[in-house]
Design a protein. Structure first.
Length: 152
């Protein structure tokens, strides 16, 4: 994505989904959001029922930072950003059971709300290294070592 701008969220027609729904609007090409990594995102959130914005990181230009899989955000976010790559923009529709459930965290989010977010992944830091193909250790002849087929 060249110049990031605050997205507008269009609420889908019909009944709200009961499952976590993920749709990549832009596929990124940078590091991947994985459990244990800290991500920095811009986001906008609206309720499915009203389409009204209840939160956004765009005001004040302050991205939000959290550890994926750390349990510090709603489950729909923890699951919804996994696999996303830096530079990507993703729509995440979060059913109540993966959001705030029967609670109302603010007057703008009624209890039992399905939530829609558009998330832009800005950075990914730390956590497990990206996995590439297994390679033998330097100086160990091919066919030897813990990755070798012991039936030879």
């Amino acid at each position: 994505m060249s110049e990031l701008t605050k997205p507008t969220i269009v609420v889908p027609e019909g009944v709200a989904t009961t499952e976590l729904t993920i749709r990549d609007l832009v596929v990124g090409d940078g590091p991947e959001a994985q459990p244990g990594r800290v991500v920095q995102v811009h986001y906008v959130g609206v309720t499915f029922a009203s389409g009204r914005e209840f939160d956004s990181s765009w005001e004040g230009g302050r991205p939000f930072k959290f550890a994926v899989g750390g349990g510090k955000v709603i489950k729909g976010w923890d699951r919804g950003v996994r696999g996303m790559k830096v530079g990507g923009r993703r729509e995440i529709i979060v059913p109540p059971r993966l959001g705030y459930g029967r609670q109302s965290p603010s007057p703008l989010i009624p209890a039992g709300s399905t939530l829609i977010f558009v998330v832009d992944l800005l950075t990914v830091v730390g956590g497990p290294p990206e996995r590439g193909p297994a390679r033998p250790e330097p100086g160990v002849p091919e066919g030897l070592g813990p990755w070798a087929d012991s039936r030879r």
